[in-house]
Ligand binder design. Structure first.
Ligand code: COA
Length: 397
């Protein structure tokens, strides 16, 4: 079956997480993603947190379904070959520190002349303009500067880091949207363009609800832990058997209140004036929350979720990483997959969350460093065996 992005060639000069997360999604949707890495070194993620005599899991979970091409861009021959590769490509994605590609003489001003149709996608911590544009960044920096940390945690604790990588993978997903938009525009203009996504901008973008509350409720709000708004139930509740992750999140709005009270075996409190309205439930939360807990503590988090889900009340068992990897629902949806990567063996990875009926994602093992160099240079630059051996000897590949 043909894939949605068949025929789209993406040169992936990304490293760590923010860039690779973007290009991995494009690869799953069918793009021919060629990861361009430094010879002998590669994406820093290959060795970062290496746990076996193999590329690290950090690298493996972010680089499936790609090819790997090595080129030393600090050599003249490497730069020339790179320009030929760019001539034959649609998209270049990079997330080096500010100015790195310009220092190599491979900025947008140069590459857009090599290929007018090129979409040049740049991820930076703070973008390419603005007072912080010269600064490098990592996930926690983006979370701190995008507002996520001051909004997260309990009021008595300091600003708190959230583990879902909203600054890294979140930025990668924004970039994927930007690239697809630029491709669509190219259909009408025939020209490429520069696409820029800043990690701080991406976090600020998904922080907009808290920024609404700043204006709605009069200034900086205290951290509220797990409490969502003034909703009861609208927090986590402990479940049996009382382990550190045995909690369920329940969020029932007014129209669900009757179903919720019935589901927890307390239809008698539906019309109780202390609990009948959202406002009265909030005012009387100190007596209502213990009633709810009295019920959740009798059930496991999954039992409670099943009962509430069946009653039309939104709730979620707080699943730990082990439960996620074994979750039957995620497995049925091809979201937890086993991939073989020699010599490491099999590891588990997360599948494609975008389900296209006419372009199901095909997830293949990540590439070894330089695995496709000879083939790609042969196809795109006409390099033959002899020339390839010479390039190898000279440290270009
Ligand atoms: C992540 C980050 C902090 C790492 O910084 P760093 O370790 O100092 O690495 P840099 O990106 O500055 O530099 C990479 C170097 O490798 C070089 N390089 C990369 N690919 C190369 C290749 N194929 N051949 C030769 N050299 C190469 C670059 O030219 C650069 O060299 P320079 O320092 O001489 O300019 C920085 O890249 C950054 O801020 N990126 C943008 C935000 C981001 O994506 N953060 C990570 C989120 S997961």
């Amino acid at each position: 079956m043909k894939k949605a992005l068949d025929g789209l060639r993406v040169i992936d000069m990304t490293h760590n997480q923010a860039g690779p997360a973007c290009t991995q999604i494009l690869a799953w949707l069918g793009a021919d993603v060629i990861k361009l890495e430094e010879p002998g070194k590669g994406d820093v993620a290959r060795t970062n947190m290496r746990d076996k005599d193999s590329d690290s899991l950090f690298f493996l979970i972010l680089n499936s379904s790609k090819k790997s091409l090595t080129l030393n861009l600090k050599t003249d021959e490497g730069k020339e070959l790179f320009k030929k590769v760019i001539e034959a490509s649609d998209v270049l994605v990079e997330n080096f520190s500010p100015g790195a590609l310009d220092r190599l003489g491979l900025g947008y001003d140069v590459l857009s002349k090599v290929n007018q149709k090129l979409i040049y996608a740049t991820i930076k911590g703070f973008g390419t303009y603005g007072p912080y544009s010269g600064f490098k960044s990592f996930e926690p920096i983006a979370q701190a500067m995008g507002g996520a940390m001051c909004a997260t945690g309990f009021p008595e604790n300091p600003p708190t880091y959230v583990w879902p990588a909203i600054g890294d993978s979140g930025t990668g997903m924004h970039m994927a949207i930007g690239i697809l938009a630029a491709i669509q525009q190219r259909h009408t203009t025939g020209k490429g363009q520069q696409v820029e996504v800043s990690m701080q901008d991406s976090v600020a973008n998904i922080m907009r609800i808290s920024l609404r509350d700043h204006q709605r409720l009069g200034g900086v709000q205290k951290r509220t832990g797990n409490q969502l708004g003034r909703n009861v139930p609208g927090s986590t509740y402990p479940c049996a058997p009382g382990g550190s992750n045995d909690y369920i999140y329940i969020f029932a709005q007014q129209q669900m209140w009757g179903s919720f009270a019935t589901a927890i075996g307390r239809p008698d409190i539906i019309d109780d004036p202390r609990y009948a309205t959202a406002e009265s439930r909030w005012e009387n939360r100190d007596t209502l929350n213990p009633i709810i807990e009295g019920w959740t503590l009798q059930k496991t988090k999954h039992e409670a979720m099943r009962i509430l889900g069946d009653a039309g009340v939104p709730s979620g068992a707080c699943q730990d990483t082990g439960e996620i990897l074994e979750d039957p629902h995620l497995k049925e949806r091809d979201m937890i997959l086993d991939i073989d990567y020699p010599p490491r063996g099999t590891y588990k990875t997360v599948g494609c969350p975008i389900k296209l009926s006419e372009s199901p994602a095909q997830i293949e093992r990540p590439p070894f460093l330089g695995e496709h160099t000879e083939g790609v240079l042969g196809d795109l630059c006409g390099i033959d065996k002899e020339q390839f051996s010479k390039l190898k000897k000279n440290g270009v590949v």
